[in-house]
Design a binder for this molecule. Sequence first.
Ligand code: 1CP
Length: 358
Amino acid sequence: MEYSNKNFPELKNDRLLRAALGKSVDKVPVWVMRQAGRYLPEFQEVRVKHDFFTVCRTPELACEVTLQPLRRYEHLDASIIFSDILVIPQALGMTVEMHPGVGPVFPKPLQTPSEIDGLQPEGAVSRLDYVGKAITLTRHKIDGKVPLIGFTGAPFTLFGYMLEGGGSKTMSKTKEWLEKYPKDVHRLLCLLTNVIIDYVVMQVESGAQLLQVFESSADHLSREQFTEFSIPYLKDIRSGVRAKLTEKSLEQVPMTIFAKGAGHSLDIQAQLGYETIGLDWTVDPTEARKIVGENITLQGNLDPQDLYKTPEEIKTLTTEMVKKFGKHRYIANLGHGITPQTPLESMTVFTETVHEAI
Ligand code: 1CP
């Protein structure tokens, strides 16, 4: 059966969207980065049968995996479409493999700036239409229970993976390029920005109700480097999405920027037009609120490692966190993605405690 992006079921739980837009909420909304994934046995079962990118590319499988955490955890107030940030480099013509126990691997990462010319931005978004199909199907199947979040990697983070060929502890090649070839780096970041804008607008057209931009590698940048190589593109993405949605007569959606490790630049992030700023666990909630002011929603930021503590400890830490952030303009989450060995019970305690805390 073909699902259309019209006549979606009515949204029954709009806490997440209300919090993102600064409206009052009955309870603090909660969701968890990487909530669909490796810590869930039902996800592992799907992965035994199907390769990672096959799951991403098959709307029925991506939908099933997106819904898994919602079935298990009744307190979740959002879903995030199952995909990966690295589908964009794939759509630009690069090969990305997912190696079990290792993570993403690019057999042929970028080696020289001239290879930027070999990337294929034309048609990239139409090669990602499977993400749109997965979003439309999932939005129907969720049946209005909670909103569906769409997402993308931010330009600098994608650039880092394309160059390093996978996750990297030092990002030494990336840093070398920032020094040696700043003009080419900006050319590539610009190319990525244009694709990202069209890609997330397509996600909204397909049914995404909020968009999160993951600048997960910002922790490698100083404030100066972040200002030069990330901020202008994050800003262009926010304004570009707003303009294109207007142009296409689509409803505006709230957007979240999660720049991991960029707690040093919350003042700058607050100027970019995003409704929500995601915080990692190194940032103090009270300090963050002082810096960004009252008109921005904050999201975060329990240390994912805290979910390895006892239920009593998780309860105490979560309650303290929620009380510090308060009920206004706050979305509870972890400070980064949930990790593979997290006990299943910890998620129950975390999500339940958020709803009970204030
Ligand atoms: O539930 C969800 O959150 C949706 C699914 C999701 C999201 C939002 C996945 C599935 N990946 C992502 C985003 C993503 N992918 C980010 C940004 C968020 C973050 O910072 O954690 C990043 C950096 C990636 C890249 C990536 N993909 C990594 C990290 C590698 C590294 O060392 O730097 C890994 C391990 C993946 C694979 C992946 N993506 C998603 C899952 C469930 C997995 C595990 C792979 C498997 O099942 O074998």
